[in-house]
Design a protein around this ligand. Structure first.
Ligand SMILES: C[S@@+](CC[C@H](N)C(=O)[O-])C[C@H]1O[C@@H](n2cnc3c(N)ncnc32)[C@H](O)[C@@H]1O
Length: 268
């Protein structure tokens, strides 16, 4: 079988939302269960139906799962293909959700100041390469939330002392399509605070295989750099940390001993 290789791109895996959606599918129920357990544990003044904002919502997998539970979900993303895919998904299922095109660092949402919950998982926050954009995004999350509202940010921290390269692989199948996704992260460049990322998706459908490659940079955060960022947005209090096992019983400290961290922030 021949394999066609498409040129490198900065957004290929987001330009093909179905494949992205398949790769992350395994996380969806775990993240949704975690959010429900976290609201039970940390939520104050949450009604049965929450107002949720998902900044950078991608294909809308979590927009769907939370809207399926009856919550009002709003999400936005920079990538028009992801937005179109998520919009089609909520229309088809007639879900109580809205999705639009917008940016993390400068977004507007219909219910600013009223959201109970905002979440941004799987290191998405690290797309913001400049400190001023990261601060603007956090301020935006804070403005979007009501007093007592909760913000969850999941991201991979960098320990500059060990700083290893990393590799992860996922394989999934849906409706005759097979996707194998491999992601590499290079050791962080400490001064620039970036790590070079590469994802290679091998897609097999209709008897043909092709490869789509995506290259981009993430901003890096040590625990201290993340604390320093959070200190710039004092309206958000860090109330707990968990990890990518999405087990509400497992708490973490924000330090360099453990890298895959979920911040639980509460709006004052
Ligand atoms: C790893 S995906 C996460 C999507 C979704 N939150 C999820 O958990 O499936 C990252 C998403 O961030 C979006 N993105 C990257 N930079 C962005 C920015 N500055 N503003 C808005 N969206 C952005 C990408 O288009 C992509 O859909």
């Amino acid at each position: 079988m021949t394999t066609a290789v498409t040129p490198r791109s900065a957004t290929a895996w987001y330009d093909s939302p179905l494949y992205y959606d398949m790769v992350y599918e395994d996380y969806t129920q775990r993240e949704t269960r975690f959010l429900r357990a976290a609201i039970k544990k940390y939520g104050v003044g949450f009604a049965r139906r929450w107002k949720v904002l998902e900044p950078a919502c991608g294909s809308g997998r979590l927009v769907e799962s939370l809207a399926q539970l009856g919550h009002d979900v709003h999400g936005f993303d920079l990538n028009i293909n992801q937005v179109a895919y998520a919009q089609k998904r909520v229309r088809k299922l007639k879900l109580p959700a809205q999705v639009w095109c917008d940016s993390l660092q400068n977004f507007k949402a219909p219910d600013m100041g009223e959201y109970d919950l905002a979440h941004c998982f799987v290191s998405t926050f690290k797309y913001l390469l400049k400190e001023k954009d990261a601060v603007a995004a956090l301020r935006g999350f804070s403005k979007a939330l009501r007093s007592g509202g909760l913000c969850f940010i999941g991201l991979h921290l960098t320990d500059y002392a060990s700083n290893p390269a990393d590799y992860e692989k996922w394989v999934n199948r849906r409706s005759g399509v097979k996707v194998c996704s491999e992601t590499w992260s290079a050791p962080a460049k400490r001064k620039a605070r970036t790590e070079a990322m590469r994802t290679c998706m091998t897609i097999t459908e209709n008897g043909k295989t092709r490869v789509e490659e995506t290259h981009w940079d993430f901003r890096t955060y040590s625990a201290a750099e993340l604390k320093s960022l959070l200190a710039k947005v004092p309206s958000l209090d860090l109330i707990a940390c968990h990890d990518f096992h999405y087990n509400i019983k497992n708490k973490r400290r924000l330090n360099d001993a453990y890298s895959d961290i979920i911040l639980v922030l509460r709006k004052q």
